[in-house]
Design a protein around this ligand. Structure first.
Ligand SMILES: N[C@@H](CCC(=O)N[C@@H](CS)C(=O)NCC(=O)O)C(=O)O
Length: 288
């Protein structure tokens, strides 16, 4: 055997602690499906909601939705007990909770790193400059285009909702302008999918709920400043690896009602109700 002969590589396997509705987890699902065949996973639904009477008047709606159930495995494997959480499983099938990985944007990078993919299949560019730029933009779209989503839904005052919506549109315009710098419809050149696309996509797919719960003024407009954004969206949403991950729109609409009527109690909802951005939640202050 020559020293350059390919070594057979064991496909990395995971228990994937997730929740069907969760856009943060959706990021991780997108990475796992992008690398289907190069990584394997077992989906474990790890959160359960329950509707209760709001005795303490926490939500002001007369009722509250709380997480009545979190899988014990999730509580053990992730300090904040949040999905997505990935637990590696060895070739004999034994999970190692001491090596769990969480935080959705980190999970994208991790899945990409263990996938063994190369070149244009990578979600983190092999070019250090492009990879660095993508990390900056992944964080930026998270703050400007994803966190603002909860402000539009959870805040009660219409002017405040509008302010969050306008900030979201500004974020999409910034993203749109960056897309002009590439040759392809994606953030990286030549149509290569990246952590930036996967960070934004779960929310971009969910923006339709605004029109339903907040009216026509909250529809993402088709302006010239957003032309590239819409082109990006149409491209990424039609990819086969993405289509496999999309939750049913009516089912999700029903789920997100608890955020739209202010009765959801989760770390993200509690943080936004308290007046800070969704990504600034505090494990202690915002514990549901
Ligand atoms: N910063 C985390 C946020 C994840 C998150 O908030 N996930 C929600 C489900 S959509 C969750 O697990 N919530 C549990 C809780 O609020 O206690 C990430 O990016 O992974």
């Amino acid at each position: 055997m020559s020293s350059t002969a390919a070594v057979t590589r064991a496909v990395p396997k995971f228990r994937y602690l997730s929740a069907w509705f969760c856009p943060f987890a959706h990021r991780c699902t997108l990475a796992l499906e992008h690398h289907a065949g190069r990584v394997e996973y077992e989906w474990v639904e790890a959160l359960g909601w329950e509707k209760r009477t709001d005795d303490q008047n926490v939500t002001g709606s007369g009722h509250e939705w709380i997480y009545h159930w979190k899988s014990p495995e999730l509580v053990r494997a992730c300090p904040g007990a949040l999905v997505p959480t990935l637990i590696p499983v060895d070739q004999k099938g034994t999970p190692d909770e001491s090596k769990s990985v969480y935080e959705s944007i980190v999970t994208i990078e991790y899945v990409d790193a263990v996938s063994g993919a190369q070149g244009k299949d990578r979600l983190i560019s092999e070019d250090p400059f492009l990879a660095a730029r993508a990390r900056v933009w992944s964080d930026k779209v998270n703050r400007e285009c994803c966190s603002t989503y909860y402000g539009v839904l959870v805040r009660k005052d219409d002017a405040e909702r509008k302010e969050h919506f306008n900030n979201l549109i500004k974020g999409l315009e910034n993203f749109s302008k960056q897309l002009e710098a590439t040759s392809g419809p994606t953030f990286l050149p030549d149509g290569q999918l990246s952590n930036v696309d996967l960070t934004l996509l779960p929310w971009a797919y969910r923006y339709y709920v605004f029109e339903h719960y907040r009216g026509p003024d909250f529809k993402i407009p088709y302006t010239s400043k957003l032309e590239k954004y819409h082109g990006w969206y149409d491209h990424v949403i039609s990819l086969e690896s993405v289509k496999r991950t999309l939750p049913d729109k009516d089912r999700y609409l029903e789920h997100i009602k608890k955020y739209a009527d202010g009765s959801a109690r989760s770390k993200v909802a509690n943080a936004v109700r308290r007046g800070v951005a969704a990504h600034e939640f505090d494990d202690e202050k915002d514990e549901a």
